[in-house]
Design a binder for this molecule. Structure first.
Ligand code: SF4
Length: 277
């Protein structure tokens, strides 16, 4: 096992008999929507997915964007990029903003029906003259074509935005359905690298709808309460890989143990997957 991965966590594992609220981040709700089994293995059994390699360049872009917008926040002024898009908004100032941006804190809300504290770390918030908040998320990539939100996999970005809108509303703020993605695209059409990356930056508005969230949270809670592991997703390469390995091992052992493989039925979609995917 590599030093980056701990296959068995002891912290923040769901205990069905516990009375205190269970803390769950928006990324774990997304994991539940993607694959209830992986979510169950992670939060109920304490075996998380191995992490991907850290995206240090993307983190650097996020960090620098935060710094840049903070200069305008301190001055109470709009960023020139916001002005170029005709947005009559300024970066929002709040005493808790730093905490809301922290990964292990974030914006939090105790959702009583599930006895859970839901959390999500935001990138930024802008505000209009009436005090209405606009959730902002920074994204970065590098591709030859214009950035947009059209790809099927970007549904995760949209859910992320909606979750933050929901959390802020539950904290008593007036939040617009419109959120903004500040999307940075590393240019490949320059002559040389010259030890710097240049970016085109685009603001992409998105109309969120947080109507799915409470249903997803309640389903995630039922999943955690269950004593049975949900079935693996048929489209996931990892469990297919695990199954393939198991099959081979069983076939090899068959000579010795006479093992019979039972074909499992295809898993049913959860209600929230039917609603969203
Ligand atoms: S199907 Fe994929 S996502 Fe689901 S439990 Fe298996 S590895 Fe995880």
């Amino acid at each position: 096992m590599s030093k980056y991965y701990n296959s068995s966590r002891a912290k923040n594992i769901f205990d069905p008999s516990a009375e205190e609220p269970f803390k769950l981040s928006r990324s774990k709700i997304d994991l539940f929507i993607e694959c209830p089994r992986c979510f169950y293995l992670d939060r109920r059994l304490g075996v998380g997915r191995p992490p991907g390699f850290p995206f240090n360049l993307n983190s650097a872009v996020d960090f620098l964007l935060k710094k840049e917008f903070d200069i305008h926040r301190a001055a109470g002024k709009s960023h020139p990029l916001m002005e170029s898009y005709g947005l009559d908004l300024v970066p929002f100032s709040h005493e808790k903003l730093d905490e809301w941006r922290e990964n292990f804190k974030g914006v939090q809300f105790y959702y009583e029906p599930a006895n859970m504290i839901l959390t999500g770390a935001i990138d930024d918030i802008w505000v209009d003259k009436k005090g209405v908040l606009y959730v902002v998320d920074y994204k970065s990539t590098s591709k030859d074509t214009e950035v947009n939100l059209d790809a099927a996999w970007q549904i995760g970005y949209k859910r992320q935005m909606e979750f933050y809108q929901w959390l802020l509303r539950k904290n008593g703020f007036k939040v617009s359905d419109t959120g903004y993605f500040v999307y940075c695209n590393g240019r490949r059409d320059v002559k040389a690298f010259d030890a710097k990356l240049e970016f085109d930056i685009k603001i992409i508005p998105y109309e969120g709808n947080d109507g799915w969230i409470e249903m997803a949270v309640m389903e995630a809670k039922s999943c955690l309460l269950s004593d049975t592991e949900p079935a693996p997703s048929p489209n996931c390469d990892y469990c297919n890989y695990r199954e393939a390995v198991k099959d081979k091992e069983m076939a090899k052992d068959k000579k010795t143990f006479n093992v019979v493989k039972v074909k499992k039925p295809a898993p049913k979609k959860t209600k929230i997957q039917e609603h969203l995917i």
